[in-house]
Design a protein around this ligand. Structure first.
Ligand SMILES: [Zn+2]
Length: 117
């Protein structure tokens, strides 16, 4: 079995809460869960630490969690640049590395949760 949950988050606490709720609602617990997220969802180390602390001592603890950090992907309407960008931390707007205009985010806003048993 493999399935996917996609959730939109705004900041770290929202991210942590939504991942935790997704794990809680899995019914039969999978062996392994992949959580794909970017800095737009918050500091990945913080999110991992929070989730691991929350499930410690619960039934969810036996799930092997793999956090995968991806870089946000953007598209610039001004100069046409499309690709991955490095951002230092959680931000609300990403600027184009070439022309400094505000860009559309085409990947990295949503968290993907992949479940494998
Ligand atoms: Zn640009």
């Amino acid at each position: 079995m493999q399935w996917r949950i996609i959730i939109d988050t705004m900041h770290e606490f929202d991210t942590v809460e939504k991942i935790y709720n997704s794990l809680l609602n899995m019914g039969e617990l999978p062996n392994r869960v992949y959580i794909k997220l970017s800095k737009l969802n918050g500091n990945v180390d913080f999110v991992r630490f929070a989730i691991e602390s929350m499930i410690k001592g619960t039934a969810l603890e036996r799930i092997k969690l793999e956090f995968i950090e991806i870089k946000p992907k953007i598209r610039c309407r001004t100069c046409g640049y499309e690709g991955e960008v490095d951002i230092p931390a959680h931000v609300h707007f990403i600027r184009c590395p070439f022309c400094n205009d505000v860009v559309d985010i085409i990947e990295g806003k949503e968290i993907e949760i992949l479940v494998k048993d």
